[in-house]
Design a protein around this ligand. Structure first.
Ligand SMILES: Cc1cc2nc3c(=O)[nH]c(=O)nc-3n(C[C@H](O)[C@H](O)[C@H](O)COP(=O)(O)OP(=O)(O)OC[C@H]3O[C@@H](n4cnc5c(N)ncnc54)[C@H](O)[C@@H]3O)c2cc1C
Length: 378
């Protein structure tokens, strides 16, 4: 069995697989080690929204990065379909955000103002205008913000497509092989030890999402559990992604709707509670009353990897040449994955990257023990 590679990626979620795809395309020999199955954690639990505008009230590195990543999806969906035959189901039908109270109304107006200021389409609609677009919406909202450029994909398909495309370019994937130790010495990384064997590479990338913190405790993330449901509805009940405080509805192919998601910091179990299901379904019916007639297809939970400032860690570990981290993509890992793959491959190849991104995302931006210093994310 081959033991030496150019790069080893620890973790086969959407982030690890996107990086593997970029590096393999650039001609490197890449090994991805996944302790369970490719895409088995947050990357398959995600609703797949590409919400690059709806939560941003001011310019930031994350906002810019999210914009750039969203812009990659159209071509990426064609590229991955050609390379793998997998359709990531890229849908570009916009997101509507709803306010039920005055305070939320003000927030939506502020988001719209900022988005227009930076040249993005963002429209405050009357409920009549919103209902002209989506007839199944309730009449009882106070404001609607429409962001036509946001979209969505099928998250499990995206991770599968990245991994299959990477393997077509020569990347090697080992599933059910957990990395238990990093092999380091003399200020550099040499490889990793797994439950089965040792593998060697000049560069190792830790892409373990909300897990694997024992490998590099200084760059731990805070787990934030999210619970979702899948509903079966009449075809074309609505086509736009609908989003309000505490709940979103993402219409998928074949009359399916994903209802998400709870947000429970510190929990890593994947049980789905009656209370969360009850709250999500009540919110969902508030916005689309006809959902009372929907069938429940399933429910699940996943664990988001959060950081104190809600920005991912993407960079080299100081003092260990060749050791990189790409984790902490929190609620936006699907959206950020294409740009992350390119950014990390550029860093690893020592290509120039934007200084703004470099400083914002570097892993030691808070010193050590970041979560304790900067407080908990929402
Ligand atoms: C309910 C929910 C809804 C979401 N909705 C959206 C959305 O609509 N849009 C969006 O952009 N994002 C969304 N997200 C966020 C997104 O899913 C995550 O940010 C993203 O999946 C993180 O990807 P990752 O590869 O870093 O982590 P993961 O998908 O968790 O992958 C990490 C992998 O590393 C493996 N691993 C860990 N330790 C080891 C080890 N020691 N050895 C080998 N392998 C190891 C794990 O088994 C896992 O497969 C959502 C998340 C949740 C939970």
């Amino acid at each position: 069995m081959k033991k030496r590679f150019d790069q080893i990626i620890v973790g086969g979620g959407v982030i690890g697989c996107s990086i593997a795809y970029q590096l393999a395309k650039r001609g490197y020999q890449v090994l991805v080690l996944e302790r369970n199955q490719i895409g088995c954690e947050a990357s398959s639990a995600a609703a797949g929204m590409l919400g690059a505008q709806g939560e941003f009230l001011e310019n930031s590195s994350l906002f810019q990065f999210a914009q750039e990543s969203r812009a990659l999806f159209k071509d990426l969906s064609i590229e991955l379909l050609e390379e793998t035959g997998i359709d990531i189901q890229y849908i570009h039908k916009g997101i509507m955000k709803f306010a039920f109270q005055q305070q939320q109304h003000h927030k939506l107006t502020a988001i719209a103002a900022f988005q227009q200021e930076v040249g993005n389409p963002a429209y405050m609609l009357s409920i009549e205008e919103a209902r002209e677009m989506e007839a199944s919406l309730t009449e009882h909202v106070s404001a609607v913000l429409y962001l036509p450029n946001d979209g969505q994909v099928c998250a499990p398909n995206l991770t599968k497509a990245f991994s299959l495309a990477a393997s077509h370019h020569g990347a090697v994937f080992h599933e059910r092989e957990k990395v238990i130790e990093l092999i380091m010495g003399e200020g550099m990384i040499h490889g990793v030890r797994t439950t089965e064997a040792a593998y060697y590479a000049g560069q190792v990338i830790i892409a373990t999402g909300a897990f694997g913190d024992e490998l590099l405790p200084d760059y731990a993330t805070l787990p934030v559990k999210g619970e979702c449901l899948s509903l079966e509805v009449e075809p074309d009940l609505f086509q736009t992604t609908l989003w309000m405080d505490g709940c979103y509805l993402v219409p998928k192919q074949g009359g399916k709707v994903i209802v998400g998601a709870s947000s429970i910091p510190g929990e890593t179990d994947k049980h789905v509670s009656v209370a969360s299901v009850h709250r999500l379904l009540s919110r969902a019916q508030e916005i689309v009353p006809k959902l009372a007639e929907a069938k429940i297809n399933g429910f699940w939970a996943g664990i988001r990897p959060a950081t104190a400032d809600e920005k991912p860690y993407m960079g080299e570990v100081p003092g260990v040449l060749g050791l990189y981290v790409a984790k902490g993509h929190y609620r936006n890992g699907i959206l950020l994955s294409p740009r992350t793959g390119i950014y990390m491959a550029d860093l690893i190849e020592n290509k120039p990257v934007h200084a703004y991104y470099y400083e914002s995302f570097k892993v030691n931006r808070h010193g050590s023990n970041k979560l304790a210093k900067a407080g908990e994310p929402k």
